[in-house]
Design a protein around this ligand. Sequence first.
Ligand code: CU
Length: 159
Amino acid sequence: MLKQLSIPFAATAALMLASCGQGDVLRADNAVVKVSPVEGNPSVAYMDLHGGRVEVDLVGVTSDDVVRLEMHETTEEDGMAMMKPMKSVNILPGAKVKMEPGGKHLMLWGVSETAIKRGSLQFKLIYSNDDRILIDARIEKPTPAGTETTEAGEESDAE
Ligand SMILES: [Cu+2]
């Protein structure tokens, strides 16, 4: 009879372990760069930001393959989509903040041709708690309508 007492206790302990499990790791994924189809125009990048165990701000993003990089937010004012620079992105513990079309995004000027050929570039995310995270982003080239872009002849990446 007494043994039954340990069952609910064990269940509670397991639940507590699950709630502070792998979910609460400061990280980012699903990073993609969309190269502008118009030469000279900025390209745009999106990713998902995942919060860790403590609240932080993403205070900067850099990349060796980009001349200039800004964090932007698209907001709607009087039915007009407006884009303005953001100084930081607040990320609560365990939260997911999406950088996506129509919302927060990265604006990139001068993405290197080498990176475009390679099909990827690396971002360095800088957080308010001094954490640094490196993340690889897939580069999507624009595909102009009516143009056949077959890249079967290109060497496949070694990764
Ligand atoms: Cu923008």
